[in-house]
Each structure stands twice: as C-alpha cells, then as structure tokens.
Design a protein around this ligand. Structure first.
Ligand SMILES: C[S@@+](CC[C@H](N)C(=O)[O-])C[C@H]1O[C@@H](n2cnc3c(N)ncnc32)[C@H](O)[C@@H]1O
Length: 241
C-alpha cells in the first residue's frame, strides 16, 4: 500500500462521516445553510445537490480560492464575525471546526445571531470503551501536538458537555438539543500509519527530534490497535414560542 492509498482510506471514513452529518442536517429540513469552516466545500456541494441554498465561509487561502474559482458559493470570513445579518440564514453548520477555535463561546454566540432556526455542529469522537479507539485518540493528540509545534492552534476535541458549556447558560430553554454519535468501527493499518507519520516528520522542521515521541506513540498502539475516529453531532433547534 502506498501513502496515497493510506490517505484514500482516510477519506473513505471522512466521507462516510460527512454523509452522516448531512443526513442528520437534512432531517431538519433546512431552508438555507451557511457552513462555517467549510474546508473543501463538501457540505456546501451536498446541500446544493439536495436543492438547499448553501454557502460557506473559511479562512483565506488557496483552498478557498480554488472553490471560488470553481463557482462554489464560498467567501472569506471568520466564525467570530460572519458576513451575514441577524437571522439571515436558516441553519448554521460547523463540522469538525470547534477544536480549531480559540474562543468557541464567541463563535457560537455569532452563529446564534445569524441562524434563524438552528445550529448543527460536529466534533471528532472516540468510543473510549474500545482499545483501538483509545489508540485513535492517542494519534489525534500526537498529531495536534505536532501541529502546535508548527504554530497552528489545534486543541483537543470538545465533548458534548464542553460544547454545550460554550453556549449561553439558557441554551436548553431556548433550543431543543439532540446529540448523535456515529462510528463505523474500522481498523487502520499500523505500518501504513507509521509511513504517513514518518513522512510527516520528514517534512517538519526539527521533525527528527520527534522520532522518540513517535516510537512512544507506537509502543502504545501495538497494545491497543488503531481504528478510525467517529463523530459527535449536536443539533440545536430553536424552540417555537
Ligand atoms: C478540520 S477542518 C474541517 C473542514 C470541513 N468543515 C469538514 O468537515 O471537512 C477545520 C476548518 O475550520 C477552518 N477554521 C479554523 N478556524 C476558523 C475560523 N476562526 N473561522 C472560520 N473557519 C475556521 C479551517 O480553515 C478548516 O477549513
């Protein structure tokens, strides 16, 4: 197997989780959607394909430029200051974005301002009752540590309590809250992941100095095994008065 194959395997899981997220969103019958932190535009495209007016915002960069060039309805923006009026969009989505935010309460307050009906968000999730999922969390934490060494803000994923604590204290009075966990338990090959991780270190400044931490990670993974992450989706729908 090549690194490209290993990456492709990652996308099988990523795509399945994205489809699940979209499926749960469509159950809310959204009139329009704004995807905050839209990444490669998968969600915007999926909504558009379902006939739902959808747009996205993300940080400036080549990935967003490519989407704009392609004609996908995305624009530069930040979760903290959305370029939309109060109540202008029916639903706001933030998929696997909260752990990228230094100030989740501020971003969620902004989403509540712009969303007329609700907020649908997700974070990666690990079923820690399963050894291979504990391995998956260890990989996630190691990778985030490497990202932070490169200067990126990349925190641990927020669990349900942490997500809800970042909303105003009366959120249960104003919104119905539903949580859904999706996991398709699927093993991930340790040799393939080792190849991916070593390639990553080879491209990092001072990456060689992190080889010991990688060996330590793998000593744990030999015990637990490794599977792909799941996702926690939280849907907050405004209560009708
Ligand atoms: C893990 S990616 C998720 C991308 C996409 N939502 C998905 O599910 O595939 C996190 C995304 O959040 C974006 N992001 C991080 N901080 C942001 C901010 N303050 N405002 C808007 N987007 C942000 C990143 O640029 C990145 O595209």
């Amino acid at each position: 197997m090549t690194i490209e194959d290993a990456r492709a395997a990652a996308y099988v899981n990523h795509d399945w989780l994205t489809d699940e997220f979209v499926r749960l969103l469509l159950l809310q019958d959204p009139a329009s959607v704004l995807d905050v932190g839209c990444g490669k535009g998968q969600l915007v495209r999926a909504c558009a394909a379902a006939g739902i007016p959808a747009s996205g915002v993300d940080q400036a960069g080549p990935r967003l430029d490519a989407l704009i060039e392609e004609g996908v309805d995305v624009r530069v923006g930040t979760a903290y200051d959305l370029p939309f009026e109060k109540g202008e969009v029916d639903w706001i989505t933030l998929r696997h974005v909260p752990h990228h935010l230094e100030d989740p309460p501020r971003a969620f307050a902004e989403a509540l301002r712009v969303a007329r009906t609700g907020i649908h968000l997700a974070e990666p999730w690990y079923d820690l009752t399963l050894p291979s999922q504990r391995g998956s969390l260890a990989v996630d934490l190691w990778e985030k540590r490497m990202d932070r060494m490169g200067g990126m803000y990349h925190a641990a994923t927020l669990d349900l309590d942490e997500l809800l604590a970042a909303f105003p204290a009366d959120i249960h009075a104003t919104h119905e809250v539903h949580a859904h966990r999706s996991l398709r338990l699927c093993d991930r090959s340790l040799p393939d992941y080792r190849e991916v991780a070593e390639l990553r270190l080879s491209k990092m400044q001072d990456g060689a100095a992190q080889m010991d931490s990688l060996d330590e990670l793998f000593a744990g993974l030999e015990q637990t095994g490794l599977s792909w992450n799941g996702s926690l989706t939280v849907t907050l729908r405004k209560r009708s008065r």
